[in-house]
Design a protein around this ligand. Structure first.
Ligand code: AMP
Ligand code: FES
Ligand code: ZN
Ligand code: ZN
Length: 319
């Protein structure tokens, strides 16, 4: 397969687009497409202050790189979740994010959950009912809360994440087989700001994971290759495998699944208010962040519960 633009040997064949590209043209194509998606889905403007949620992985670092190349003003935020027991996952991923920012002179904030709340995510997960099995739910809750809080407190116009098509299609698959209509209503590459919730967008949602990985490798970005230590056996990985099996037989299946969903939603398939979550939001009496609960948000309730269960030996670590 040769490059469609210049005819030299292609480094990547994107079967869903019937498009092969050489290194140089692929490294141009990714930012061009990103800019096209930013405009097509009205994601953000050139003068907006953008906060990129950076995990140290290929998607978020490639996204930050592309936004910088396109001339956007994008700062990074890395959350250290404390996944270091035996794996050094957090330490390594933080180093990748910091090295990336330093070499490009970009601004990166680092927030460590242990410094903020007194416990790492694995410790917290063990101390709460939410931690039965994997720490994913308390981890997801903490990430959503901290990202939103910092984006709002520091007046960023938009919060961007590195979710790619494989992530989005797997979530859509899970939501569809469970007919989780509430989640289906909220699944979108652009979530508008409302009552205390920052605007959230996913500029890479149309790229396949292999494309963001190829971009990171070809740009020489040093990213953490390991998955989160708790990912093994996760349902989302199983859904990704199923979708990859479909994709192998029918190139473009993943993209078409997701884009058809967006079109169906747009045409009112999910009923009134399909592009927004219409549940009323209140203000958490403890932290001031938005919540659907009557008084205290899930994040505050979870940490209260964790602190109430802390073993005597760690009393006083958090005041
Ligand atoms: P994941 O849920 O790990 O697939 O990550 C999806 C996106 O969430 C990433 O592309 C990042 O934009 C963001 N993200 C994940 N983990 C972190 C983290 N520790 N700190 C900041 N952002 C994160
Ligand atoms: Fe949060 Fe895996 S449990 S990233
Ligand atoms: Zn070429
Ligand atoms: Zn709260």
């Amino acid at each position: 397969m040769n490059c469609k633009k210049c005819g030299v040997k292609a480094v990547i064949n994107m079967r869903q687009h019937k498009l092969g590209l050489c290194k140089e043209h692929f490294l141009d194509w990714i930012p061009q497409q990103t800019q096209r998606f930013i405009e097509k889905y009205s994601m953000f403007a050139k003068d907006e202050r953008i906060l990129v949620a950076v995990s140290g992985g290929k998607d978020s670092l490639s996204l930050w790189d592309v936004l910088d190349r396109l001339g956007y003003h994008a700062d990074g935020l890395y959350i250290n979740l404390g996944f270091d027991n035996g794996t050094d996952y957090s330490l390594k991923s933080q180093q990748c994010a910091q090295t990336f920012a330093e070499t490009r002179k970009l601004s990166l904030q680092v927030v460590a959950i242990e410094a903020l709340e007194g416990f790492s995510i694995p410790e917290a997960s063990r101390l709460t009912l939410r931690g039965q099995g994997r720490p994913c739910s308390v981890c997801g809750l903490a990430k959503r809360h901290i990202l939103n809080r910092i984006a709002r407190e520091q007046d960023y116009g938009v919060l961007v994440t590195g979710h790619n098509l494989d992530d989005e299609a797997a979530v859509l698959f899970g939501n569809t087989i469970n007919w989780a209509t509430g989640y289906l209503m909220r699944q979108s590459p652009v979530l508008e700001a409302r009552s205390g919730l920052a605007r959230k967008v996913k500029p890479f949602f149309r790229f396949y994971e292999r494309e963001t990985a190829a971009y990171a490798l070809l740009r020489g970005i040093d990213y953490i290759h390991d998955e989160c230590p708790y990912a093994t056996g996760a349902t989302s990985l199983y859904y990704k495998e199923l979708l990859n099996t479909m994709e192998a037989k029918q190139p473009g299946a993943k993209l078409s699944f997701f884009l058809s969903f967006l079109r169906a939603k747009e045409s009112g398939f999910l009923g009134e208010g399909s592009s927004d979550d219409l549940r009323e939001l209140r203000v958490c009496q403890s932290c001031g962040q938005p919540t659907t609960a009557a008084d205290t948000c899930a994040y505050c309730r979870t940490w209260e519960q964790i602190r109430s269960r802390r073993p005597k030996a760690v009393e006083g670590r958090h005041t």
